[in-house]
Design a protein around this ligand. Structure first.
Ligand SMILES: [Zn+2]
Length: 333
């Protein structure tokens, strides 16, 4: 596909900037919005895949014959946390990987064009890159950034309001259970923030409340998948007892909220991504055939979800009806 723009040694900051921008300024693995300095370039399929590995991968994934492991068709922006996490998993859940490869392939030619055009603006591109790379931990840099960066946003907004859009992150709390493994956040652009304002201020509903049911559905489904996998492992041929799997940590990011009005009804559609780290304690017969051994198994599920909540202004009392949560599974490890 793109043989002129690829990952190489040295300074990759232009490529990193273009990837960050094109992929929506977020980590492609967890979906969290990230600042430029907090992302790295990731090889979706690992760059150390050997020739034999790569041939195998080409069969496992629908890759082009000329697929380049260092090409834009295999590069995406990732945060440090996900980089570490992914590193220990080799290829990651097949669903995430396939999805990312499809997106990378779709963005490929745009990224190549943007990288190639980067310097054509005289020094403006370099100056902007310098500003984006600014280390805001330095108080002097931070002050000057706070004073003058808004002028850039204002300039953009005067060109076109939509161009000055940005994603805001908000943690949804407080904890839902006494033992709380949940980390729930909203990462929304202007359209999403408008939807939340209508949902909360006009309809008087709470985002935290409306997420409870879908989160419970996601966790229950995740635990069912993990239990089914554990029970299906050949390794457990001896009699075995499982305690119900439980979530060690669950992350959920609501990445979009849209709304549509029809008469007295407003339908809000919430969509986003989740990850669930699950543990299960089990008991098997000891190797000596006598006694029982307790052990623990860990698994990880991740995927996408969406659900619709419909608010009825005419109902007495005003009511909010939730459709079942649709879960689009990426994988289980
Ligand atoms: Zn991440």
């Amino acid at each position: 596909m793109a043989d002129t723009v690829r990952y190489g040694g040295g300074d990759n900051s232009v490529l990193r900037l273009v990837l960050h921008n094109t992929w929506g300024k977020k980590c492609y693995w967890c979906g969290d919005p990230k600042e430029f300095n907090d992302i790295e370039i990731d090889h979706i399929l690992p760059q150390d895949a050997g020739v034999k590995d790569l041939e195998g991968l080409k069969t496992a994934y629908p890759l082009d014959e000329d697929f380049d492991i260092h090409g834009v068709e295999n590069l995406a922006p990732i945060c440090a946390r996900c980089q570490r996490r992914k590193g220990s998993r080799r290829y990651g859940a097949i669903g995430i990987v396939l999805d990312a490869l499809r997106t990378a392939s779709r963005y490929g030619s745009t990224i190549v064009k943007k990288v190639q055009k980067f310097g054509n603006s005289g020094n403006v591109a370099q100056l902007l890159l310098g500003a984006i790379k600014a280390d805001l931990n330095d108080p002097d840099v931070r002050h000057v950034f706070e004073d003058y960066a808004p002028a850039l946003v204002q300039k953009l907004a005067l060109l076109d309001e939509a161009k000055a859009d940005y994603i805001c992150s908000r943690i949804v709390g407080p904890p839902l259970t006494p033992y709380n493994p949940l980390n729930i956040s909203l990462a929304l652009d202007n359209g999403g923030r408008t939807a939340v304002a209508i949902f909360e201020d006009v309809c008087g509903c709470s985002v935290e409340e409306v997420l409870r049911g879908p989160i419970a559905e996601i966790m229950a489904e995740s635990h069912r998948k993990v239990q089914a996998r554990l029970e299906g492992m050949r390794y457990y041929s001896s009699p075995i007892f499982f305690e119900a799997p439980y979530s060690v940590s669950t992350r959920l990011v609501v990445a979009s909220i849209s709304y549509a009005r029809e008469g007295p009804l407003i339908a809000f559609t919430f969509a986003g991504e989740f990850e669930d780290d699950v543990s299960a304690t089990a008991v098997r017969q000891g190797d000596d055939g006598i006694g029982l051994v307790e052990f623990q198994e860990d698994a990880w599920t991740s995927g996408r979800f969406s659900f619709t909540a419909t608010f009825d202004f005419l109902a007495e009392p005003e009511s909010l009806v939730l459709d079942a949560c649709s879960i689009d599974w990426w994988g289980l490890e």
